[in-house]
Write a protein that binds this ligand. Structure first.
Ligand SMILES: [Cu+2]
Length: 96
């Protein structure tokens, strides 16, 4: 019986650890993007980012101070790839 309990606690600990690691891999970032003047501009960026593996969620806001917010798994995709996709869509990422 004691053995089952120790086995069980090991399993629970392992699952907790994996969950913590998975959670830590999710990163959020907002950056300025120039050139979005209307809703179709922002939705074209969102559509392009949706196709990128590792991007979990995103929101583009158009306007003179347009921004793109992304939530992504930094084990699967990095920020330079995300910025490249936006650039390829025809907009300018403003690096701070
Ligand atoms: Cu537009």
């Amino acid at each position: 019986m004691k053995r089952i309990f120790s086995l069980l606690s090991t399993v629970v600990l392992t699952i907790t650890l994996f969950a913590a690691v998975a959670f830590a891999a999710i990163t959020q970032k907002t950056f300025r993007v120039n050139g979005m003047t209307c809703g179709s501009c922002s939705s074209s960026i969102e559509k392009a980012l949706k196709r990128v593996e590792g991007v979990a969620d995103m929101k583009a806001r158009y306007g003179p101070k347009g921004t793109v917010w992304v939530k992504y798994d930094d084990q699967k995709v990095d920020l330079s790839k995300i910025k490249q996709v936006i650039t390829d869509t025809g907009f300018e990422v403003v690096d701070k």
